[in-house]
Every structure is written in C-alpha cells, then in structure tokens.
Design a protein around this ligand. Structure first.
Ligand code: NIG
Ligand code: FE
Length: 389
C-alpha cells in the first residue's frame, strides 16, 4: 500500500476543530497530509510527519478540503444565453425557459450529453470541486429522465431524480404528478440516491406544496433521500415542507418568513444557498446572516444550469457569499465544503482528517482568505494524486 506525503503546505484548512488553531476551520501552518489508498492517513505539522513512499510539494500554498457542490444540473444540451441577455435588460426569471432546455436535451444523443457532462465535471475540478451532486430534470419523460440519471451515475454517486422540475407543456398537472410518482419513479430510482421537487407556487409550471408532498413521499417510499428547491421566487411552502419531512436540504431559501427561519433552526434540514442564481437573475440575495445567527446549518452550491445560473465556480459562489451576503470568509469556506457534505449526508468528504477521503484542493495563494479577496482569479484546483483522476 503506497503512501504520498503532500508537504510544503503553508496553510492547511482541515475543518476539524480538534486540530490546529482551534477554530471551526482547524487551520494548521507548515503542514502536511499523508494519503494512502485515496484516504487521509495523517494530518499535522510537516516536521512531525511519518515517513511516506512519495512526496508532493505544494510550495507554501494553501490547501483546503475539496469543494462539495451539492446542487447542480449538469445533464443538458444547448444554452440560454439569449434568455440571460433579456434578463439583464429587465425580464424576470420565472423558470419558463426550462422547457427550451428540455426540448434541446431530448434531441441530443447519449454521446453528446456524456461529452458535455464530462467537460463540465472537468471544469469544476479545475476550480477545486471534488464532489458534485447532479440532478435530472431536463427530460421529463420516463425514458429521458432515466437516461439523464444513468449518464449522471457514470460520474457521481450523488444523483437526484428531478422529474418534478416542471410540468411539461401540454400535459395535465395531475396526470404528470401521477407519472412522476409511478412509472417514472420506478424507472429512475435505480440510478438515483435522491428525489427533488421544484416547489414554487409563483412559477406556473412548478409544483405547489401539496403536489410536492405527494412526490417526496413517493420518493421516500422508493428508498430515495429527500431534497427540495424551495422559496426561490416567493415565500412559498417549500422550506417548511422540507423541514417537516426531514429533507436533507432545502435549496435557494431566497424568500424566507420568520416561520421559515424558526422551522430551519428547529429542524435538521440544511439550508443550501445558491447566490450565483441571484447574481445571474439579478435578484435579492438570501439572508444568510439571519440563518447563521439563528443556528441553521448553511451550505453553498453553484446550481450550475443553463437557465438561472450557468457557472461551475465554487470560488465565485464564495466571493458572492462574502461580499453580498455578509458571510465571513471562514463561514463561506465551511459552507462550501463541510456544509455541502452535510447537505448530502456525507461524513467522508468536506473534512481532512484520518479516514476521510483524500480530496485536497490547492490554492495558488497563501491563505483561503484569497478565495473572496481575489474574485474571478483562478486560484483553486483539485489536486490529482497518483492513481486519482
Ligand atoms: O435551481 N428553479 C428551478 N431549477 C433551476 C433552474 C433551471 C433552469 O432555469 O433551467 C434552479 O434555479
Ligand atoms: Fe437547481
């Protein structure tokens, strides 16, 4: 069993508060990580490191846990740059453009979708992301949703059935909900770990609270974990439904009432904030401070998709969270790593400690602070160790 010592780390963020400076980020200086069999074997000051078979030197750079992007829609064809331009000229985002991507995706071959999906994963890794969740939702027929999840499963275990993205044009709502809960769920569940619903009464094609409840309970019955797109365009029922059902995460949380914040604070559901969406739809940002101050667990993710937010960059999301949502740089980094892991119910990623996955991201900077301090500069990249892709 060959081991690799990653040394020359000027600043190491572990997310393990039992080591280093005692802060939640668990920061060590002049540090090393010993990796064996794709897992962290040892973490500490390099002067104290055990012997290893090989050594990789990062030249004094900062190293952080790889980003955990817990919300992305990466299986699609075409783009909606024109819709973005119209939004920048004043048109409101309402999810209506999803149908355009559905039409384009249905006509794409498996090979074409696989090629663009692989390229998007590579783009994410080149920006420091080592775990990504991928949703279906641009197929909206039994065959097309199952195909999207089969392709997503080739690149990540974190696959989410989002047949309940919108009701396809020309289909009766009640008939579609029955299809999603029946034949479509049966065909998709073997490729999915999660089920998600776009719960948004303010979008005519999305689902109301009663429909979302029926769909989520059907998913639970099929053995899937639950997540919700909630409160993106209005203070709808999504957040409270997600907490009531014990969903792993409710994502967006842009419009929150006092009752929503209280529910999140009293429950186990992670609030996943997606500030790239507010940036790209020119909308007010979620009130992250209110959630954090109430003790809610917050995650940050990209929501990479061709409509509401076509970025794959977790560093951009961190910069927006700090600049626009008043999260501290430490809170934002935590939310983008261990917060995302919690949103996916994972304890093997997001933290660099013995026994965890050796998902290391190197920053071309001396400190994690530079992620927000130097917005738009490509500082982060996932470290590829021998035998890893
Ligand atoms: O998370 N809001 C629903 N779904 C995506 C956007 C999908 C699209 O516009 O293509 C979101 O923002
Ligand atoms: Fe989304």
């Amino acid at each position: 069993m060959s081991s690799i010592l990653v040394g020359g780390i000027g600043e190491l963020v572990t997310n393990d508060s039992s080591v280093g400076d005692g802060s939640p980020l668990g920061i060590l200086t002049d540090a090393a990580v010993v990796v064996s069999e794709r897992q962290v074997h040892w973490v500490g000051r390099e002067a104290d490191a055990p012997a290893a078979d090989h050594r990789v030197d990062v030249g004094g750079r900062a190293v952080i846990p790889g980003f955990v992007d817990s919300h992305a829609h990466l299986v699609f064809d075409g783009d909606r740059a024109g819709e973005f331009a119209a939004r920048m000229a004043g048109t409101r985002y309402d999810g209506g453009g999803i149908a355009t991507t559905v039409a384009a995706t249905r006509t794409a071959t498996d090979e074409r979708l696989r090629t663009s999906l692989t390229a998007r994963i590579a783009e994410m890794r080149a920006q420091g992301t080592t775990t990504v969740e991928i949703k279906s939702g641009y197929g909206l027929t039994t065959t097309e949703e199952a195909r999207a999840l089969r392709l997503a499963r080739e690149v990540t275990p974190e696959t989410t059935f989002l047949g309940a993205h919108v009701v396809p044009p020309g289909i009766d709502r009640a008939d579609y909900v029955r299809l999603v809960c029946g034949e479509m769920l049966t065909a998709c569940a073997p490729y999915a770990r999660w089920i998600d619903v776009f719960c948004e009464p303010a979008s005519p094609a999305a689902f109301d609270g009663d429909e979302a409840r029926v769909i989520l309970l059907a998913g639970r019955g099929a053995g899937l974990g639950l997540r919700v797109h909630g409160n993106q365009l209005s203070a709808g029922p999504g957040v409270r439904l997600a907490v009531e059902l014990g969903c792993a995460s409710v994502d967006h949380c842009t419009h929150l009432t006092d009752a929503d914040v209280d529910a999140l604070a009293g429950g186990t559901t992670v609030a996943t904030l997606l500030p790239g969406v507010e940036f790209s739809t020119r909308s007010p940002y979620p009130d992250a401070r209110r959630l954090l101050d109430a003790g809610v667990t917050v995650a940050l993710a990209t929501d990479c998709n061709p409509g509401s937010c076509y970025t794959s960059s977790m560093p951009l999301v961190i910069a927006l969270a700090v600049r626009e949502m008043f999260m501290t740089p430490a809170e934002a980094l935590s939310a983008a790593t261990v917060g995302g892991a919690q949103a996916l119910g994972r304890d093997d990623v997001g933290v660099l400690a013995p026994g965890r996955n050796a998902d290391l991201t190197v920053l071309d900077a001396p400190s994690y602070l530079h992620l927000a301090y130097r917005p738009g500069v490509p500082l982060a990249r996932a470290l590829t160790l021998s035998g890893r892709s």
